[in-house]
Design a protein around this ligand. Structure first.
Ligand SMILES: C[S@@+](CC[C@H](N)C(=O)[O-])C[C@H]1O[C@@H](n2cnc3c(N)ncnc32)[C@H](O)[C@@H]1O
Length: 468
């Protein structure tokens, strides 16, 4: 009798767990407990174990989808907004910070609510909703403690510091900032997705504009009075998600090896310049320009000052790095750069706007200029088509060849979940999108850039174009 999909999924789960536990046993450390706060460990960034984990996640979710009644699954998926809103309450009311000092024994909801200044009964209900989904732990009735998941939402600054200066609430706290951004402006905007798609308006750019501002894009909205905290929060979330990529994803020789000293690298839409900072450390003899909107460039000056307390060594002071306000919908002010680089910029924009950005870079490029996009390549949920770059497309769907049967080709929630979540986020806030490789290639083809090479590195890819 041939093996059933369900049995094979069970086999994948069993063998994956054995692999993980064996690796931890070999390193002499226990497998991290879900009940305890997260502590970084030596195996966290092990690529092979990461791949085993992604396959295990894909199989576990596929088992649930197979065995659970379809209506029950719909009852789980359709009200997913309550997961967002509950996480939003927890982070906004500083609950992970409030329960932190009570350790594994937890804190009574009465005390949590009093410290947070919110209703006691609703606090208990929200925390129980989250604890039932493995965020926080209900230790005894109405007593909650941080667990592995909720603990990453503890903020970098203490509650006293935040009370004195609310502007620092999300500073240095990327996970909390990520939740704040997603459960505030993003959640409000997401309520308009179906209206936006049904009406397909020509005068409104994205669901965000239906919800929050009919005329300004999110970046311009952040620069408006009253949104300072949201801008700081977004920058903190962005910096954190950027920091999750291993530094060598950006500094590999494949991108920079042919550049002579003082070659100019322009980080277009570079935010405060955290990718440029990695490059400066790896290639200190190149010249760098970080371009972004004026307020962000203001923050960038603070960022570089904070990184180099000794002013004389600050690459901005020594002119190794220039911080330049520039709107990329206008002609590029630095012509003939050796490299124009953009990380996670094009995914914010629909194709027509990407064409404008890329046309300006093409007009400024010399024959030898390279365009390097650091973006996620959207994997298909089925095997990619045969043809040029099909191996790279396969790699973008999980990193280690074909997904084992009967898993989805993009490993479902093990890999594709992240990409498709970001795609929805881009659609909601900007009418932007995460793109498949053929879609990136097409953007280049329409604007005078030819796809030259693709370097997949986990969820991030370096996509290199040359002028045609
Ligand atoms: C998703 S963030 C990526 C930031 C940075 N590249 C990184 O990976 O950390 C997109 C950036 O584009 C910038 N941006 C948006 N509209 C812009 C415009 N018209 N001109 C220049 N930068 C812009 C935003 O301020 C933001 O810093």
């Amino acid at each position: 009798m041939s093996i059933t999909p369900l049995t094979e999924l069970g086999n994948i789960v069993t063998s994956s767990i054995q692999t993980l536990e064996a690796a931890y046993a070999k390193s002499g450390i226990p497998y991290p407990s879900l009940d305890e706060p997260f502590k970084p460990g030596p195996l966290d960034d092990d690529f092979a174990l990461g791949q085993t984990t992604r396959v295990l996640i894909a199989a576990a979710y596929q088992i649930i989808a197979t065995v659970r009644g379809p209506m029950e699954t719909i009852q789980d998926y359709a009200p997913a907004m309550y997961l967002s809103s509950s996480l939003g309450v927890a982070v906004e009311s500083n609950i992970p910070d409030i329960v932190k000092d009570s350790g594994l024994q937890g804190l009574d909801t009465r005390d949590i609510a009093a410290k947070a200044g919110i209703d006691e009964s609703k606090t208990a209900r929200i925390l129980r909703y989250l604890a039932s989904r493995h965020v926080f732990r209900e230790v005894t009735p109405n007593v909650f403690a941080n667990n592995r998941i909720s603990s990453v939402l503890v903020k970098a600054h203490s509650l006293e510091e935040i009370k004195k200066n609310p502007k620092i609430k999300y500073e240095g706290s990327p996970a909390a900032a990520f939740v704040g951004h997603l459960t505030d402006e993003s959640l409000k905007s997401a309520a308009y997705i179906s209206k936006f798609i049904e009406e397909n308006p020509t005068d409104i750019a994205a669901p965000f504009n239906m919800a929050l501002d009919p005329t300004a894009d999110m970046w311009t909205w952040y620069e408006k009075p009253g949104n300072d905290l949201r801008l700081i929060r977004f920058s903190s979330a962005m910096k954190g998600s950027g920091d999750r990529f291993p530094p060598d994803s950006f500094t590999k020789d494949i991108y920079w090896k042919d550049l002579k000293p003082d070659s100019v690298v322009v980080d277009v839409g570079g935010s405060v310049g955290s990718v440029t900072h990695l490059l400066v450390k790896a290639f200190p003899d190149l010249k760098y320009v970080v371009q972004d909107l004026p307020k962000v460039i203001g923050q960038a000056h603070e960022y570089w000052k904070a990184q180099y307390p000794d002013e004389a060594s600050n690459p901005v002071k020594t002119s190794r790095v220039t911080l330049q306000p520039h709107n990329f919908f206008f002609p590029q002010p630095i012509p003939n750069a050796s490299v124009y680089m953009m990380r996670f910029v094009l995914h914010d924009w629909p194709a027509s706007k990407c064409h404008t950005i890329l046309n300006h870079l093409r007009a400024a490029a010399s024959k030898t200029t390279k365009l390097i996009l650091f973006e996620a390549i959207m994997p298909y949920a089925c095997p990619p088509p045969d043809g040029p770059f099909s191996r790279e497309m396969e790699a973008s769907a999980g990193g280690a060849g074909k997904a084992p049967w009967p898993l989805l080709s993009n490993l479902g929630l093990g890999v594709g979940g992240f990409h498709t979540m970001f795609d929805m986020q881009m659609m909601t806030m900007f009418n932007g999108q995460e793109r498949t490789l053929p879609e990136f290639s097409e953007l280049g083809r329409k604007t005078g850039w030819q796809l030259q090479s693709v370097h997949v590195d986990g969820p991030l890819s370096g996509i290199v174009f040359v002028p045609v």
